[in-house]
Each structure stands twice: as C-alpha cells, then as structure tokens.
Design a protein around this ligand. Sequence first.
Ligand code: AMP
Length: 545
Amino acid sequence: MNGLIMDYPLTVPAILKRAAQIYPEKEIVSRLSDGRITRANYGELYERVVRLMNVLRDLGVRPGDRVATCAWNSQRHLELYFAIPCLGAVLHTVNHRLSTDQIEYIVNHAEDHILFLDKSVAGMIAELQPKLPQVQHFVVMEDYSEPPSAYPTPYLDYETLLASASNAENFPDIDERAASGLCYTSGTTGDPKGVLYSHRSMYLHSMGVCLADSIGVSERDTVLPVVPMFHVNAWGLPYACAMTGAKQVLPGRNLLGAPIASLIESERVTLTAGVPTVWKLLHQHLKQHSYDTSSLHTIVVGGSAMPASMIDAYEKDFGIKVLCLWGMTETSPVATISRLRAGMSDLSPSDQLKVRAKQGIPLPGLEIGIRGDGNEVLDWDSEQVGEVVIRGAWITSGYYKDERNLNALTPDGWFKTGDIAKVDRFGYMEITDRKKDVIKSRGEWISSVDMENLIVQHTDVLEACVVGRPDANRDEAPVAFVVLSNERPHEAMIEEIIVLLGTHFASWQLPRRGDFHFVEALPKTSVGKLDKKVLRARLEAGLSE
Ligand code: AMP
C-alpha cells in the first residue's frame, strides 16, 4: 500500500552496526580469570566480529546452523554473540555448569557442529568429546586459567583463527523471523528443553530492556552483567548495551564478593544484574570491607525472589536501588519488572517496599494473566492465586524439536509458565511458588516463598529454603532449612523464627520445631537458584525423622 511505513528488518546485525557507527569509542572491558583486564571498544569489536564471521564461514557454518558456546562473560563471548547471528546462524549458548549428562544431551539435541569453549572448561569438554560425535570443530578461547587437565583433540585456537581471517565485510540479508539464538532450560526435572529466539524477538526484547520504566539501560550507563552469558543471553544485556552504546564490563568467572565489588569500584559501574545469592554475598562483603560504590545506582535482581529485607538493606546501607524482575528462558527472559508508579510515592515506606519486592508488571509487547485449574481466567484482586500465563513478542510458542510442546500452551494460545502467583489491581504480579514447589496443607496453599522471605528477615539468618513433606494430618507440612550468618543456639533461633512467621502465618501453617534444619549451605542449581528438589530428596531419605 502506498505511503505505508517501511518494512525494516529488526535484526542482530542492525544492533551491531549502530554500535560501531554511533559509539565506536565506547568501551568493552573484560576481566580474565587471572584478574587481568582487557579493553576494547565497539569499533574494534565490529572489526573482530567481521573477521570472526569469515572464520565461521571458512569452518563451513551456513545459515540456520547451530553454533555452540561454552563460555563465561567475556569480550570473545560477546564477539560470538554477534558474529554467529550476523551470519544467519544460531548462537547456542550452553550452560557448562549443568551436569555432563545434560550438556551431552543439549549439544547432541541441537546438532552443534562447532563448539567454542573457554580454556577453563576444556578438561570437561575433552572428557565429553567421545559422546559428542557431531561436533567437528572445537575452538578454544584463552581465558588465562590454569592449564586444563586435557584439551579436546584436535582443537583450534580462537586468536590464531582470527589473526589469519579475511576482514572483508559480507553481511547476508537476514529475515527478522529467522532464528538467532538457542538456549536450553536449566532443567531440574527431565531433559532440558530448547527455546529458539528470533532476530526480531531479540531486537524487541532489547528495546524492552532499555525502556525507562523497565531496566532503563542508557548510553550513560556502565553495565556489569553478573548474570552469565551462557544462560538466557545474560538477560539480554549484551544486546541492550550495544543498542544504546552503554559501556560493558564483563566479569569472567569470579562472581562472588570481592571480584565484583572491586570491578564496581574500578570501572565506576552504574548498573549491574544477577540472582539474589550474588547480592546477598556482596552485601555481606561490602559491610565488612570498604569500597567506593557511589557510581552504582541500580542492582537488577531476578531468577528468584529477592527478600524485601535485602532490598531495604541495600538502600539504607549503600543508597543503591534494587530493581526486581521476573522472567524465564521461555520469555527471553525479561517479562515483568517492579518499579513504583507515580501515585505510589504516597504509600508508606513499608508498603512501597512490598510493591518493589513483587515481580511487577509486564513490559509493553507482553500480556500476562492468571488461570485456575480449569484454565479459567482469574481476577487481578490480590487474592485469587493461579498459574501465570503469558503471551507476546518475545515469548516462546513451544520447544525446539520436542514432544513436550503439546502441553506448553493453553488452548487459547498463552504460554503456561508453571509459576503460581496473584496479581493486584494495578497489574503487579507476586509469585508465591513454582507449581511443583507448592505446599498444600489442609487443602490450602502455603507460600514457601513468603515463608522464606520472612525467615531471612531475622538478622542472624543468611539464607532459608522451605519445602513440603508429607504429613498424615495436614497433607503436607513445611520444613525449613536455614543457613545462619552468626553462631546462635538453634533452640533460641527456632523460637525467634516462629515468632516472626506468626506475624503472617496461622499457627497450623507453621513448621513444627522438629522441622527446622540448620545447615552450612543450601543446594543451588547451575544458575544459582535454590535447588528444592535436592532438599526434598534429602527429606525422603529420612533426614527429617
Ligand atoms: P529459568 O528459565 O532457569 O531462567 O527459570 C525461570 C524461573 O525462575 C521462573 O519460572 C520462576 O520460577 C523463577 N524466577 C525468575 N525470576 C523470578 C523472580 N523475580 N521471583 C521469583 N521467581 C523467579
């Protein structure tokens, strides 16, 4: 139709080219595993991506091929984030912290022919090599770790390939609906499931991440993604930063406490992102040591619920705002975010905190809903609790080559998240559990998340995890695993925690005294979330009796 707006393809190369043209001098800082720092800028990144695209072509990569990466957050990984999709191939980030069985399944299921890996994971990949018959080329990236126990054989060296590659620019035309990325769920039960992202979905997701009422990444930011680039595109931050020209600080593999604090100080980081565990440990570290964190305005938290007490502590102790978001592999991942809206500045500080600890409202381009057991639509009244369903421009329509697709969507086409939540009248979602973690007591649900959040409000508690155990009278009863931050007599702790829980839970909902277990640490998944499956197995093995 005459006069209609152009049909301009929304693609990953468009993000890269803009970064190189408009912000060639903006920095990409990468920390190697021995602590050394390397610096490049978007102009140099572009030149290296062009050469990497020619390396990939010479290795036989064709549009649509999946190319795997097993790497931490680094400049070289960022180069792959662009070169692979710019060629029309599919960036397949493999979470190398999964079990070797799962990595084997994922690489074989995706039919990766080329695998790029950090030297620090070379030993693990070398062991797996006989089980990865489809991989024809292993390309090792030097990250200055200790010499590995073994290398895959034969292997190619990343920098050698790049040094001899042509610098001829050859960007193919790409359909915005073509696949650009592939990530498998962290799969705590059953085999991991693959989610394919398109160029268009990645582009729109990046724009969503940059909106002022979303994460709000801007050119003036220096962004430190602690969230790993091997899982759901580091929440889209590498692309969002390039889109806006933000400086990126890529921390390598040392992610707890001191290494993160020192990067924030030395690079004047303004915005960082990761799972709650990282921020709990950083908070402890910052309390005990002196760092200049005055540049840092926002910590973005997702992946699990952030206790309100920790949001409050960062603000009071260091003047840093904590911003909570929710998402999953299937939602690219950023889907909802919790910022106060204009009228909420009148709320009391504690009510404001309650809103900020929720998972929040959907980004433009997405819609959420809650559904009952029979798929009926539930009201947004802060009371009705049901499964979160979602649809939109960066939500998966199913899984890559997977039978389990049949059950992924509701009959009316919304993705079923498996998360249980209620929504308030302003559209703020509050997750109360994963469907499989729900504790059902006397026919009613007890929110394990609410219980955990209350327990960690105790000043001597570092972390808590609540799971259900079968109970003759109550169907299921809650069991609390608690990690203390200070040595305290357990009996006294139990009394004090029960008083805390009593402010929110009815007495029949509380864990019995014998259902408190004080442990040194809690089991975590490969991406740092509480692994409730392991605790339930421990209980089944008789721990509670
Ligand atoms: P993954 O696909 O591995 O990234 O895991 C996604 C799951 O993590 C979601 O379905 C939620 O159960 C959980 N999750 C993510 N963000 C949050 C959050 N802000 N609060 C509570 N749970 C979350």
